[in-house]
Design a protein around this ligand. Structure first.
Ligand code: KIV
Ligand code: ZN
Length: 390
């Protein structure tokens, strides 16, 4: 990947690898191909298609996605060992732009308790893995697992060594979602300032959401010089999930004037792809999820409804159409005011001049206290005085 624009952020989607690790979310190869095609249309730069050595099905999915999709880089995950790398290289054979994503733990916690090893030995394995992967493909990404908790000086040594060994991208994962945004941002800045060959590779952010900080951390990393963001649709992923792709893209878009960063993403496709991933993975999107949640553009209190009906931007910083939603919604509840009631009556074609609004509003409130949400049928019955059809 050539960095021709220093303000361009590359979007690396790992819905089909880190996202698919969620229990109960496993997809068939056919479903993965469908999602990969939508990710391509969305404009992602890299699709992490799977972890080929993990199962024959995952291997086959990487092969099939490599055949089906041509614009994005197709990436396959490995551990830092030769067998994994050989299998990944085989799975990627038909990819137009293949990338091997290899790596190893970088925190003392992982070095000691996961690998029962030493910093020196881990460094050697990291370099060997990158050099070996480069024998098969020109594009090798290295991940320094648990970098969020790693010692910065050791991490810098590791990043320098893997870039010298041929890594084109270096991923700095906050694997356990541990960091505060300022800590994660400072880590990326430290690497930018202390790794002599850092400009020869792209630094990548990969943040988990254990403390609900994944998006904030990813943005902090990008502000400090990382230029690839690893994300998933709807923020799905291990435990509390990964950084949500739609959130990162919309933060960068909404604050483009301040941050000066761009992506190749077409946000109009968000709503559809979010629903598709949620359905296929049988993983509902929480209603208050930013950007794609059912309530993200719904207004239910009278004060907000009045404000948004006077001028949408009173309570919306994003135009719902920009993320693929036909319009916002004004939900009629017992918290709604006359303005919202009038808006819906007009929408249903009533001549509100001829309606006794005080009287209808009073009956509306009584009904809303009982029913929680008032739909069109119930509104018609309020005006006509006849009961709504069951
Ligand atoms: O969270 C993580 O560290 C990962 C790596 C395997 C990239 O998913
Ligand atoms: Zn991860």
């Amino acid at each position: 990947m050539i960095m021709d624009d220093k303000n361009r952020v590359y979007i690396f989607d790992t819905t089909l690898r880190d996202g698919e690790q969620v229990p109960g979310c496993q997809l068939t190869t056919k479903e993965k191909i469908e999602i990969a095609r939508e990710l391509e249309a969305l404009g992602v730069d890299v699709i992490e298609a799977g972890f080929p050595i993990s199962s024959p099905g995952d291997f086959q999915s990487v092969v099939a996605i490599s055949q089906a999709v041509s614009a994005p880089v197709i990436c396959a995950l490995t551990r830092a060992n030769r067998k994994d790398i050989e299998v990944a290289a085989e799975a990627l054979k038909q990819a137009k732009r293949p990338r091997i994503h290899t790596g190893i733990g970088s925190s003392d916690m992982h070095i000691k308790y996961k690998f029962n090893s030493t910093r020196e030995q881990i460094l050697e394995r990291a370099v060997d893995a990158v050099q070996y992967a480069r024998k098969f493909v020109d594009d090798v990404e290295f991940y320094a697992e648990d970098a969020g908790r790693a010692d910065d000086a050791y991490l810098a040594q590791m990043v320098e060594a893997v870039i010298a060994a041929g890594a084109t991208v270096v991923n700095i994962p906050d694997t356990n979602g541990y960091c505060l945004p300022e800590q994660y941002g400072a880590k990326i800045k430290y690497l930018k300032d202390h790794v002599p060959n850092v400009e020869q590779a792209i630094l990548s952010v990969h943040c988990h959401n254990d403390l609900g900080l994944a998006t904030a951390n990813a943005i902090a990393g990008l502000k400090n010089g990382a230029r690839q963001a690893e994300c998933t649709i709807n923020g799905i992923g291990e435990r509390a999930g990964n950084t949500s792709l739609e959130e990162v893209a919309m933060v960068l878009r909404t604050h483009q004037a301040t941050l000066g960063l761009t992506t190749g993403i077409d946000p109009k496709k968000f709503y559809a792809i979010s629903g598709m991933v949620s359905d296929m993975m049988r993983m509902p999107v929480q209603p208050n999820k930013a950007i794609v949640g059912r309530n993200a553009f719904s207004h239910s209190s009278g004060i907000h409804q009045d404000g948004v009906l006077k001028h949408r931007e009173n309570y919306e910083i994003i135009n719902p159409e920009d993320v693929g939603l036909a319009s916002n919604s004004i939900i009629l509840t017992a918290r709604s005011g006359r303005h919202a009631l009038r808006h819906h009556l007009l929408r249903l074609g009533y001549d509100v001049q001829k309606i006794d609004m005080d009287e209808v509003y009073e009956r509306f409130l009584m009904m809303a206290d009982e029913k929680k949400e008032i739909g069109d049928e119930e509104l018609r019955s309020l005006v006509s005085g006849k009961p709504a059809r069951a």
